[in-house]
Write a protein that binds this ligand. Sequence first.
Ligand SMILES: [Zn+2]
Length: 230
Amino acid sequence: MKFLESSRLARVPGLVHGFGQRVAGTREAAREAARATFGEAGAVFFLRQVHGCAVVSPPWTEPPDADAGIAKERGVLLGIETADCLPVLIVDPIHRRVAAAHAGWRGTSLRVAQEAVRALAREGSSPADLLAALGPGIGPCCYEVGPDVESAFGEAGSRFFVRGPGTRKHLDVTAANRAQLEEAGIPAANIDAIALCTRCRPDLFFSYRRDGAYAGRMISVVGFSKSSPS
Ligand SMILES: [Zn+2]
């Protein structure tokens, strides 16, 4: 399994992370491949993602219904599964804890990335210290949505909708999450994005819009290695 890296997060000592590319096989096989890749750094905990905004903290044996996690210890890694939705990785390099979120249009309209920042802040993290990386997701080139989606974002969110070739608008889910992270107090210079569209790049990614209900999932991982100094 090949992983794309954020240059911003790659500079954090002891941190491991990556946005996984597509691999053949079942979703469980993809999880196993990710666990194997990061096995030396720690255990990867996955969620049962439900397009909500709940934030949970591992360890667990059965994945809880949630779309964001925070990991407070070395060796505890978070895994997010996507196929068009945006994986959001957030790192506190000072206190050495991380958060990860799954943000499709529903999760973004519920501000799941901000909930993740808030959960870190409750543990004592300062948003001004946080770094964030937005992974590959469906781009504004391809993310045509209906008026119900725009209304879910309210008037303040209308700036994230752009004109498409037809009558329906396109959502820029990366821009919306970037804005939410900045609003939560993360400096703009600390936010990195992998600017690749999952639907435009079948060579690299699965895409729910392109591949349909049987699309596989990419896996994104973040956490501090168990061998890193505390
Ligand atoms: Zn595209």
